[in-house]
Design a binder for this molecule. Structure first.
Ligand SMILES: N[C@@H](CCC[C@H](N)C(=O)O)C(=O)O
Length: 272
């Protein structure tokens, strides 16, 4: 029986079940599948979360972080979970992910993390074919002229008049699975007001979330590249505010709150 402890944390309402499987014995016995991850994340039949995070031993960093969306799919990066893991494991924690190496420092309210450098090449997003990724010559209904940025995971960003007025629950699922994005995509809609970014995100494999850290990174970088805002910039999401800094050629720094909610214990064989 694979029984173990988990931590429930959130960053601006983007919530996580975190399983610390760093002990070599536990790491070997805890097997994760798409169905099991989705069952743990389920809001009614499971523990409930936007992302399931599994911490494993790493030979390159302090810890290896595996990330599963609520639909059970394994993905490369999660900004809000990265801040939570830094707060959980301590100042200076380095984290190996499929999206790259990340590190961070604990702050009074949460953490500041170095999310490494963004990617702009069409094939690093990835897109199905070559195009300008700062002004993509594509659109869906009123959502036109997006930018695409890879920050460990793929994002498409639309700058609009009023992001609150966009039917993201209808357009998000359609754009997420468009064949232009062979690995699907996280869909961001943003507007600029008083030099700040106001952002809503349809997350790949989850849906509308209270906040998306990598979405905030990708949107800040696209807005800075287009000359719409300057670094550092506040990014306001439904769940609260992140501060993003980025200079061309450098890493993205993301600062924001983290919250420890509770700990629990589960028999992981009961799921999936
Ligand atoms: N909530 C996350 C992003 C999680 C992964 C994303 N849904 C994807 O599929 O790439 C964040 O805070 O960055």
């Amino acid at each position: 029986m694979t029984r173990g402890q988990f931590h429930k944390m959130h960053g601006l309402g983007n919530d996580f079940v975190i399983i610390d499987a760093r002990a070599p014995d536990f790491s070997k016995t805890l097997t994760m599948t798409k169905d099991k991850a989705a069952a743990i994340a389920h809001r009614h039949h499971g523990i409930g979360c936007d992302q399931l995070i599994i911490l494993k031993p790493s030979d390159k960093a302090d810890v290896r972080m595996q990330i599963y969306n609520a639909d059970g799919g394994e993905v490369e990066a999660c900004g809000n979970a990265t801040r939570c893991v830094v707060q959980l494991l301590g100042d200076g924690t380095s984290i190996e992910t499929d999206g790259g190496m990340i590190s961070g420092h604990v702050t009074d309210e949460g953490a500041i993390v170095d999310m490494s450098a963004p990617g702009f090449d069409w094939n690093s997003i990835p897109l199905a074919y070559a195009m300008d990724t700062l002004h993509m010559p594509v659109g869906w209904e009123d959502l036109q002229d997006p930018a695409a940025v890879n920050v460990g995971n793929p994002h498409v960003i639309f700058f609009v008049e009023n992001s609150d007025a966009v039917e993201l629950d209808r357009l998000g699922p359609m754009i997420e699975v468009d064949p232009l994005f062979p690995e699907r995509v996280n869909v961001n809609v943003a507007h600029i007001k008083d030099a700040d970014i106001h952002l809503r995100v349809w997350e790949r494999g989850v849906g509308l979330t209270r906040a998306c850290g990598t979405g905030a990174c990708a949107t800040a970088v696209a807005a800075i590249k287009r000359g719409l805002v300057q670094s550092p910039v506040n990014v306001h999401l439904p769940g609260g505010t992140l501060i993003l800094s980025w200079q061309a050629g450098g890493s993205i720094m993301m600062q924001g709150p983290t919250t420890y909610v509770f700990s629990g214990e589960a028999n992981w064989d009961d799921f999936g």
